[in-house]
Structures are given as C-alpha cells and as structure tokens.
Design a protein around this ligand. Structure first.
Ligand SMILES: Nc1ncnc2c1ncn2[C@@H]1O[C@H](COP(=O)(O)OP(=O)(O)O)[C@@H](O)[C@H]1O
Ligand SMILES: [Mg+2]
Length: 268
C-alpha cells in the first residue's frame, strides 16, 4: 500500500459488521465498488499484513514468536483470496493450510498462558472467522463447500465482492438462507475525503485550506473525478505531483487536477 492505513468511518463500520457476523456465527456479505477499500479493511481486521508473512515463513523459533502468537489469538481470523474459478480441492486445501497455521499459533499462545497443556490435540479449532475476498470468483461448487464447512464447524464467514454479489447469491438457496448480514462498503464521505486530501497535500509539502477559494475549487474537482474512491485518489496524486513538477507550479489548482486526471484512464 502506498500510504499508511487510515482508520476511516467505513473501516469502523466494517469492523462492527465483522464482529457481528462473528458473534452470530453466521455468513455475511460485504459488497461495494472496486477501489473503495474493502480488501484493505478486511486485511487490517485480520491483522493479515503481519500474520500472513509470519505464518508462511515460519522458521526457527525466536523471541518475537510470542507477540505473533498473541496477535493470532486476538485475531482468530483467516483472510483468503481465491484464484479465478478455484478448483474445489485447492480451495479446501489452501484454506485448511491457513486454518492450521493459525490454530498452531493460537495454541502456542494458549499454552504460554497455561490454558492448554500436554500434547497437541489437533481436535480443537480456534478459528472464528473466515474472510473470503473476491468472492465472485467462487464457483457454485466452492460456495457449496464453504457452506458445508460453515454448517459443520459453525465458523463465521464473510464473503467480500462487488456490488450485485448479494443478488447473485440469491440463486443459491442453500447459501442464501444462511446469510445473516449484508453490508454495503461505501466510498469516502466528504469529511474523510478532506482528511485524506490534507494528508496528500502535506506529503508533497503543501497545506490544504478548504476555506481558500483555490483549494476549494481543487477539492471540488477531485471530489467530482474520484467520487471518494480510495484507489482513484491514490492514482491521481502521483499525477498531480507530476503536473506540478513538469510545469514548475507551486499550487494545486483545479486546472492542475484536471490535467492530472486527463493522464489517467478513469472510469472503471
Ligand atoms: N483505509 C485506508 N487507508 C489508506 N489507504 C487505503 C485505505 N483503504 C484503501 N486504501 C487505498 O485504496 C486502494 C484500494 O483499496 P482496496 O482495499 O484494494 O479496495 P477494494 O478491495 O474495495 O477494491 C488501496 O490499494 C490503498 O492504496
Ligand atoms: Mg479488493
């Protein structure tokens, strides 16, 4: 990610949604336009940027392990992105792989605090939530397998996808009847857009003043072009910096924003 994670209102809403799905041990759908921040929110919720590389490269034991075990214990969530049209066997194998790794870490933590003693039992699963990103990639067979896993283990599941994915699931009554929550992940609201813009402005050594006429016009242009979409903002800003540099300009005006936008292919 190009910039540090920002805890937005939408991220807080996602967290509440995920906590609810988990508490109810149900299946939830999170849908929203491409680029609004669904994947980042989910990875953050699962602490996946920290846990994934750690679990994957699990080498010799070291002093830092305990911190990762404790994090896994708090998280109890697997984040998984399927391939396009995943083969059922692969899907089950890969999810099983992360599930096992996470369980092992959690068990180590439980052992450290004295809640687990003796040999590893391999019978208890600590996993509470499985988040599947890009869920439109799932075939009917894959959905059926997930539904079956949910029925057997009561693990909560969140399926993340594009707008309309909730409608698609209507065609699978087995799954649809088990859906507990549907959550719409929205683009940034105006206040938050201003907050993000302020950061961007400062990153290139300028300060943003929404009361200032020139800044207000630039903000309006950015609002119109990006519609509060995180990814579009991320793509627009390097271009703005470029336009400023090439033209040896100091101020981000609406003209600069328009020029920057014209270099981008926006509208996906
Ligand atoms: N909370 C956030 N803080 C900072 N940047 C973010 C945040 N959410 C999204 N982004 C930026 O927007 C881009 C798109 O986000 P992503 O989660 O991939 O969207 P989606 O999954 O909805 O298509 C990310 O690559 C990142 O640069
Ligand atoms: Mg995504």
């Amino acid at each position: 990610m190009a910039q540090a994670f920002i805890v937005t209102k939408e991220h807080r809403r996602f967290t509440e949604f995920a906590n609810a799905v988990r508490k109810e041990k149900t299946i939830g759908i999170c849908h929203g336009d491409a680029g609004v921040g669904k994947t980042q929110s989910a990875r953050r919720y699962a602490n996946w940027d920290t846990l994934e590389p750690y679990m994957n490269e699990w080498g010799p034991r070291s002093d830092v392990d305990a911190a990762f075990y404790a994090l896994a214990n708090r998280s109890r969530t697997v984040f998984y992105t399927p391939e396009v049209l995943p083969r059922p066997k692969e899907l089950v194998r890969e999810i099983g792989y992360w599930h096992n790794k996470l369980d092992s870490c959690i068990e180590e933590h439980q052992r450290a605090i004295g809640k687990v003693t003796g040999q590893r039992a391999h019978t208890h699963s600590f996993l509470e939530l499985l988040i599947i990103d890009e869920a439109e990639r799932l075939t009917p067979m894959a959905l059926e397998l997930l539904r079956d896993q949910h029925d057997r283990t009561h693990v909560a599941i969140i399926l993340i996808g594009m707008p309309g994915i909730d409608q698609r699931f209507r065609h699978y009554p087995q799954l649809y009847s088990r859906l507990g929550f549907s959550h719409h992940y929205r683009a940034l609201g105006r206040d938050e857009l201003l907050f993000v813009l302020d950061r961007h402005w400062r990153r290139i050594g300028r300060s943003l003043d929404p009361e200032d006429f020139t800044d207000a016009q630039a903000i309006a242009a950015i609002e119109r072009i990006t519609r509060g979409n995180f990814r579009l903002l991320e793509r627009l800003f390097p271009q703005i910096a470029r336009v400023l540099k090439i033209n040896q300009l100091e101020t981000i005006t609406d003209d600069v924003v328009e020029a920057a936008a014209s270099i981008l292919v926006i509208g996906d």
